[in-house]
Structures are given as C-alpha cells and as structure tokens.
Design a protein around this ligand. Structure first.
Ligand SMILES: [Zn+2]
Length: 259
C-alpha cells in the first residue's frame, strides 16, 4: 500500500476513533445515570421501614393499654361491689383508696392511649404517602431503565459498525503503530496525525530539522513527532515546498535519538 493511502486511512481512522471513544464513554456512563435516583429510592424505602416498625410498636402499645384499661375498669367494678358490703370504716377507707388508685391508673393509660393514637394516625398517613411515592418512583426508574437498555443496544450496534470499518481501514497498518495511534488520538483531543507545514509540526509547532523532514517525505515508514508523538506526513504542494535555508539552522543531531 502506498504511504499516501496509509495517511488517508489514518485520517479516516482518526474520525472513526473519535466516534468510537464517544460511544464507549456512553456505554460506560449510561448505566450510571440511574444510580442517584436509585439512592433516593433506597433512602425512601429505609425511612418507610423505620416508620413501619414504629407503627407496629405503637399498635402493640395501644393494644396492651386498652387491655390494661379494661382490666382496671373491671377491678373498679369489683371494688365498688365490695364497698357495698363492707362493715368497718377501716375496710371502707382501704377499698376507697384502691378505687382511687385504679382510677388514676386508668386515666394515665387513657392519656397515653390518646397520645399514641394521634401519633399512629400521623404515621398511617405518612406510610400511605410513602407507599405511593415508592411505587411511583419504582415505575419511573423501571421505565427509564428500559429506555437506557434500548439505547445501550443501539449504541453497541453502532460501535460494532465502527469497529468493522476500523478493521477494514487498518488491516495493512502495523499493530504497534495502530495501538500507539489510538492512544495519541485519545490523549490529543482526537488529533493523532498532522501535516508538516513549512518546517514545523502543525500539531505542536515544534520546528523539525531538514533531515527528519526528508525522512518523512521519503514515505518509507511512519514517523512520529518527537514532541507531541503525533504521526507526521508531508503534503507535496506549491506552497509547502520546504526551503532548505529554513531547515539547516535547526538541524539537531540529538533530535534523531528518539526511542
Ligand atoms: Zn508535534
């Protein structure tokens, strides 16, 4: 294959690589899109469970308070029956005192019961609201997840097409060169191959010695810019004839010790 064709292929490959990197980035990012929403949903579920526990405990409390109050009512009734048949003042005072204690206890329980009932009503409302919110969010996340999965499939298809085109373009390019080129395109914002303009690299503006420019012009092998690592090529044209005077001054023998 002619070198000019190789350069053309590399320029085409550079376009494909830019598209591929974007697609690969998308494949990596898409599944993460829902993570913050899932976190919010998990927090909501956790808070729901806590409230639910609290609700169950209160329900238990209310039940046992009601039971105790029933027992106290019965106790008072029995004590009142006993009062009717007492024979001494002392006995009467004793029973009267017990009735008063039972009454006080019952009032205390009633107070707590009312308090618990208010709290449990609020909790019931909050739990209902949470259930609706959880269901809604789960449905939305599911919908979004389905959409993302479809998008991933289409992105992956696109990626396959790009990879196929890449293979067609690069079957004659050395694997090491291809690997190096890919890395340069990735690291240099999509530009991995540049022209030598006059006597400098148009990628990083490094002045290139005449001897090296001639090596590039000979089109024997792929040459990389020693500064920015991009592949260099030379386009023969009227306005790009390298003037020898420009180059000689910059000739630097150390320049060729690269790699
Ligand atoms: Zn350069």
């Amino acid at each position: 294959m002619k070198m000019t064709q190789t350069y053309e292929n590399l320029i085409e490959l550079q376009k494909l690589l830019t598209i591929r990197f974007k697609l690969e980035e998308k494949i990596e990012e898409l599944p993460k899109m829902l993570s913050s929403r899932r976190e919010v949903l998990n927090r909501l579920k956790k808070s729901y469970l806590l409230k639910h526990d609290q609700f169950k405990k209160l329900e238990q409390n209310i039940f046992s308070h009601q039971k105790l109050m029933g027992e106290l009512t019965l106790q008072q009734k029995n004590l009142n029956e006993k009062v009717k048949i007492v024979s001494t003042q002392k006995e009467y005072e004793h029973l009267d005192n017990e009735i008063a204690i039972a009454k006080r206890k019952e009032e205390e329980y009633r107070f707590h019961l009312l308090q618990d009932q208010r709290v449990i009503d609020d909790l019931r409302n909050a739990l209902e609201k949470d259930e609706i919110a959880i269901k809604q969010q789960e449905e939305e996340i599911q919908k979004e997840d389905d959409r993302i999965k479809l998008e991933l499939i289409s992105v992956e298809k696109e990626l396959e097409k790009i990879k196929k085109k890449e293979t067609e373009l690069t079957h004659e390019i050395d694997d090491n060169v291809r690997y190096k080129f890919e890395r340069i395109v990735k690291n240099k914002e999509g530009i991995g191959i540049v022209k030598v303009v006059k006597n400098y690299c148009s990628g990083c503006y490094l002045t290139i010695p005449l001897e090296f420019i001639n090596k590039i012009r000979e089109n024997i092998g792929i040459q990389f810019c020693p500064n920015c690592s991009r592949i260099l090529y030379y386009e023969e044209s009227e306005d790009n004839i390298f003037s020898i005077e420009d180059g000689i001054e910059d000739n630097d023998s150390e320049f060729f010790d690269e790699e």
